[in-house]
Ligand binder design. Structure first.
Ligand SMILES: [Zn+2]
Ligand SMILES: [Zn+2]
Ligand SMILES: [Zn+2]
Length: 364
């Protein structure tokens, strides 16, 4: 079959990073929706919230208080999922009931003292400060001899379980490679052995040749809807140059990363004119003190919305029991994101209002 015949035909696509199939059912995308409708996500209206435990100067739990920070602010999570001081231990019964102790450090990074800002509404230099913080944190945590993996991730919106709208992300550093990075590690490592080149460098070349899944790009980075995406508007941010972690970013690429994250998330917010919820995070080389030439720095965005600000995709039923499945094709999702304006809809409304107000003045 040629590629065009696939567009309207149920088919499976191969995810070479996780080495699994994704079921694509493009013929189903017009079915009526009678399921749950979520509340559209609104932006917080206030720059400072006296009740917010992330706002500058406010009290957190256990008698701690945030400093009057001006840019970014990092602290150890007051309710950390992982703790650094855990005695080493294991438990095993017939290879079926197995446990290992796990050490780790969980931190929170506030992106800005402004309660109402998010990445798509921050200025490039403000996002650059966040990237510098991520870089510093990666360097500091990866230097600890027992830390083998650093995960930097952001949950945005109540739909993704974010408990506080104040712009922030989390960093979890731990002793062992978690499941998904471990699977990508194996895939990239075996691809390199078999082809003597990087899996994601090779994949990016194919995507740049075709262009149909590209969302936006700059000198240092490309944001695209991966061929194997499971979530409706899932994207992958790839560096053009091959390097394996935040420690490998050069000065220009740090600005390019700020630019691409901003332009991608503005498109997301503009798509349904809402504070677009997502989980995003960076995948970087294991921090086990060895070289990882197979690793290619990248970020994944997994947004749950499907067809409007209120209709979300549920990974349930077949997805939980068999494997991921999607209805709208990756190519149509990429085209919709690509065609979004690069001015945030909230700024556009203000801009239009100012323009029309000026127009009125001119008429008089
Ligand atoms: Zn706040
Ligand atoms: Zn590469
Ligand atoms: Zn990845």
């Amino acid at each position: 079959m040629n590629w065009n015949e696939f567009r309207e035909t149920p088919h499976r696509r191969w995810n070479p990073l996780l080495r699994e199939w994704v079921l694509v059912s493009p013929q189903r995308s017009q079915r009526p929706w009678l399921g749950q409708v979520a509340k559209p996500a609104a932006f917080p209206q206030i720059e400072y919230d006296p009740e917010c435990y992330l706002c500058a100067g406010n009290a957190r739990s256990r008698g701690l208080r945030n400093p009057a920070y001006k840019t970014t602010f990092v602290f150890d999570n007051d309710f950390a999922a992982l703790l650094p001081d855990v005695p080493e231990g294991k438990f095993e019964k017939d290879g079926l009931i197995v446990a290992r102790t796990e050490r780790g450090i969980c931190r929170v990074v506030c992106f800005s003292p402004r309660h109402d800002l998010t990445i798509p509404r921050m200025r490039p230099e403000e996002i650059r400060a966040v990237i510098d913080t991520w870089t510093d944190q990666y360097r500091e945590l990866s230097a600890l001899p027992w830390v083998r993996h650093v995960e930097i991730f952001e949950n945005r919106g109540a739909l993704m379980g974010a408990s506080n709208p104040h712009p922030h992300c989390q960093i979890w550093a731990n002793e062992e490679l978690p499941n998904l990075p471990a699977r990508e590690q194996t895939a990239m490592s075996e691809y390199r052995q078999a082809h003597d080149t990087c899996l994601l460098c090779a994949y990016l070349r194919l995507e740049l040749e075709s262009g149909e899944r590209i969302v936006c790009e700059n000198e240092g980075f490309v944001a695209l809807a991966p061929y194997w995406a499971g979530w409706p508007f899932e994207t992958l941010v790839l560096s053009r140059r091959h390097f394996s972690s935040f420690a490998g970013l050069n000065e220009r690429e740090k600005n390019d990363l700020a630019d691409i994250l901003r332009r991608l998330t503005i498109r997301y917010d503009n798509l349904f004119e809402t504070a677009f919820p997502y989980s995003m995070g960076f995948h970087q080389q294991p921090t086990d003190q060895s070289e990882h030439p197979e690793w290619h720095f990248h970020a994944h965005y997994f947004p749950p919305l499907l067809r409007s600000a209120t209709v979300q995709k549920f990974m349930v039923g077949y997805e939980l029991l068999a494997g991921p499945q999607r209805d709208i094709t990756v190519e149509s999702a990429a085209a919709r994101l690509r065609n979004m304006p690069e001015t945030h809809y909230l700024d556009r409304i203000v801009g239009d209002f100012e323009a029309s107000a000026k127009g009125d003045v001119n008429k008089k």
